[in-house]
Ligand binder design. Sequence first.
Ligand SMILES: CC(C)(COP(=O)(O)OP(=O)(O)OC[C@H]1O[C@@H](n2cnc3c(N)ncnc32)[C@H](O)[C@@H]1OP(=O)(O)O)[C@@H](O)C(=O)NCCC(=O)NCCS
Length: 171
Amino acid sequence: MTAGEKTILRPWDDNDLEALVRYADNRNIWINLRDRFPHPYTRADGQAWIAHCQALQPPVANFAIDLNGQAIGGIGLETFGDVHRITAEVGYWVGEPFWGRGIATAALKQLSDYAFATFPLQRLQATVFGWNPASTRVLEKAGYVLEGRMRQSIIKDGRLGDLMLYARLRT
Ligand SMILES: CC(C)(COP(=O)(O)OP(=O)(O)OC[C@H]1O[C@@H](n2cnc3c(N)ncnc32)[C@H](O)[C@@H]1OP(=O)(O)O)[C@@H](O)C(=O)NCCC(=O)NCCS
């Protein structure tokens, strides 16, 4: 980020629809996310995502990454159930025009602090495709530690890949 720029996390709003679709409709983002992230990313997808986020019970778990008043990405967490209920998985993306400016790192630090302050969690984890060094760097910069490589555990766009498991603990 350049001087004067500020990244904040805030709930998704109906007014974010155009920016959401503009930045999310990108193969270079989709290729590093689960297939449940749509591609192409249509207006209907954006409307459904914002409506889904607004329908969830508080506390908020999915945020727009806001840069100078514009939604330029998304970040969120999903808590597991049963004996895993002290663990949540984090996920994030940033619009391609804004890559390499420290925005994902700032957002992940904010989300991690918020998650431990708000939810009874012991552990935050993230899984990263083996071909995504930018995201592993983001996790390391936000205090996440590599715990292992799950070999040949994903298939994306017909390509077999490893999954790297990262985690940050409350303590
Ligand atoms: C991964 C992603 C979130 C990074 O966002 P960002 O705002 O550019 O991240 P930051 O600027 O905070 O940090 C990126 C770091 O990766 C590094 N990096 C970028 N490309 C790299 C590469 N090919 N090899 C090694 N490091 C790389 C940058 O240099 C930077 O590290 P540095 O600060 O030590 O120089 C963004 O590229 C994205 O949305 N990708 C598609 C979706 C995705 O991968 N989501 C995460 C799924 S686990």
